[in-house]
Design a protein around this ligand. Structure first.
Ligand SMILES: [Mg+2]
Length: 178
């Protein structure tokens, strides 16, 4: 059986959706999804960035994220019968998120084996055959075949196979090629 490692944020879970909502609510802003660039918060809002990063590091912040794509649940369930599925999340970026991420996975993906949840920093240590991720840096460091989950901030990269949603992921991996 081949193995597939799957990233969490912006592949399974809509972290940025909640982060934007929380940012607007906490700081009384009204910025749009298109304008919201988490990597620029320190530069654009230096006076708010410390409080913002403390907020996303609160123990429950990641517990009630919405699914990035509702099809992720049935598709991963089916893939799980034909592949070894691992969840690989760079949770070291937000150390306060561990428990909430774990519980979130158990809630939405109860059919996955929790011993296959990998909370890591650099995904080069993940020895799966495939990695589905929105982060180009992680795909470049990964040693198997990278699949890029398309998001507006990774549109310019062309070196990886790109998927736009979980239906496309299903078509890519099923039926299993012998
Ligand atoms: Mg991600």
């Amino acid at each position: 059986m081949k193995s597939i490692a799957v990233d969490m944020d912006q592949v399974l879970a809509d972290f940025l959706g909640k982060a934007l909502k929380a940012f607007n609510e906490r700081f009384n802003k009204n910025i749009s999804r298109e304008e919201f660039d988490i990597s620029k918060i320190e530069t654009l809002y230096p006076e708010l960035s410390n409080e913002f990063f403390l907020m996303i590091n609160e123990p429950d912040f990641f517990r009630d994220l919405e699914l990035e794509d509702v099809d992720a649940v049935p598709v991963l369930k089916e893939l799980n019968e034909h592949y070894e599925i691992y969840i690989a999340t760079a949770a070291m970026d937000v150390p306060g998120s561990f428990h909430a991420k774990y519980e979130w996975l158990l809630e939405y993906f109860p059919f996955l084996n929790p011993t296959h949840f990998i909370f890591c920093g650099d995904k080069k240590v993940v020895k799966a055959d495939y990695l589905i991720d929105d982060n180009i840096r992680q795909l470049q460091s990964f040693t198997g075949e990278g699949i890029l989950y398309s998001q507006p901030y990774n549109e310019q990269y062309t070196q990886f196979k790109r998927v736009y949603n979980w239906k496309e992921i299903k078509e890519l991996f099923l039926p299993v090629k012998q």
